[in-house]
Design a protein around this ligand. Sequence first.
Ligand SMILES: Cc1cc2nc3c(=O)[nH]c(=O)nc-3n(C[C@H](O)[C@H](O)[C@H](O)COP(=O)(O)OP(=O)(O)OC[C@H]3O[C@@H](n4cnc5c(N)ncnc54)[C@H](O)[C@@H]3O)c2cc1C
Length: 406
Amino acid sequence: MSHIIVVGGGHAAAQICASLIEAGQGERVVLVSDEAYVPYQRPPLSKSYLKEPEPAPAWIRADSFYTGKGVALRLSSRAMRIDRQACQLHLADGTTLPYEQLVLATGTRARTLPGLEGMGANVHTLRTLDDAARLRQQSQQAEHVLVVGGGFIGLEIAATMALQGKRVTLLESAPRLLARSVSPEVSQFLLAHHRSRGVDIRLDACIERFEGDEQGVKQVWLNGEALPVDMVIVGIGAVPNEELASDAGLLCENGIVVDENMRTSDPQILAIGDCTAFPSHILGRRLRLESIQNANDQARCAAATLLGQTQAYRALPWFWSDQGEVRLQIVGLAQPHHQRVLRGQMHDGKFSVLYFDGEVLAAVESINSPSDHMAARKLVAAGQAVPAEQAQDVSVPLKTFEAQAA
Ligand SMILES: Cc1cc2nc3c(=O)[nH]c(=O)nc-3n(C[C@H](O)[C@H](O)[C@H](O)COP(=O)(O)OP(=O)(O)OC[C@H]3O[C@@H](n4cnc5c(N)ncnc54)[C@H](O)[C@@H]3O)c2cc1C
């Protein structure tokens, strides 16, 4: 039987297994993951997992879902090298697996901060269940928590820790939070919200140095001021795990380059999820996204390619981030030429920022407004004109315009 090997144990890997199982192809699939567990939900790791008294991992599917349909699980197995001539995958334990089709779903790893080398004991990044367990355990004794990075994960962790009564300082080197991901309005709202919950947020922060001993970091120097530190959490973004692909000569440019069917520069090798640089039909250029939606939808697209039912990847990007009591939801890709219109009042703690491309609703960021988000997903997907002035009026539900769009 010809084999499909999937490398990775995250959301994209779980979904491609599910799609192939659904198509009756489970027995052809081998899942190779360097984690010790079947795929689990990553989003709770920076949220509920850090605060619940006895958190349990949220498995995407139970082991039996895979094994019961013939998927061979190779957990705690790292893929080291692809031999494209021989169509073989070499694992760290010396095993060689033949493949007919290979799917790389290797995701990303957390970026590390220069200057913290050798001060490891209380320095954390968060990507895996094991990272979350370590972070959670150490946070129980910590009073002063330093979060480096005002991105999604940094803000989620800061909010969770502040709700637990920790003294949280968050350092962001840019002049605003989430500067590359959200509008100035959402940045401003989040800044005020997190500060009101006790998070000491320093923008334009320039770290001079960390000081500590073999026990870990004890303080950080910032613009001439020393801040006490019991633990440091570095949340400064992620880098794609593309080395397996690039070492095999596959084209990589901030991610493994794929076409609209998820094929890499070798047609027998596909790539999906956070690790890919794919052609965005919205932007007209290559893009790498880090989101559950993108991982799942690319996995479905790749499964269709493997099954000979090729369909171009045209999914609408959407994303969410839960930060304490705030739910931020985003749909579409905002671009500099879009015009922003505020729907609702920021001081109500509930509003949306609508992005218009001419008269077309192109993207929406919603704060604590799930009904706006759900309606926006339909409106943005339909790519249709929405009257901006009426859409600003919160007394008119956004879904009113859905009917006009349909
Ligand atoms: C703490 C946290 C919170 C998040 N919250 C949200 C959220 O609220 N909303 C949202 O949309 N997204 C969120 N994300 C992002 C989301 O989790 C990712 O977009 C998603 O996990 C991507 O799935 P993936 O399968 O592409 O990669 P991953 O889930 O990263 O999986 C990659 C897998 O490949 C394995 N691997 C890598 N190299 C090898 C190798 N050589 N051999 C074997 N195995 C290998 C890795 O160990 C890992 O298991 C969050 C991420 C984190 C870390």
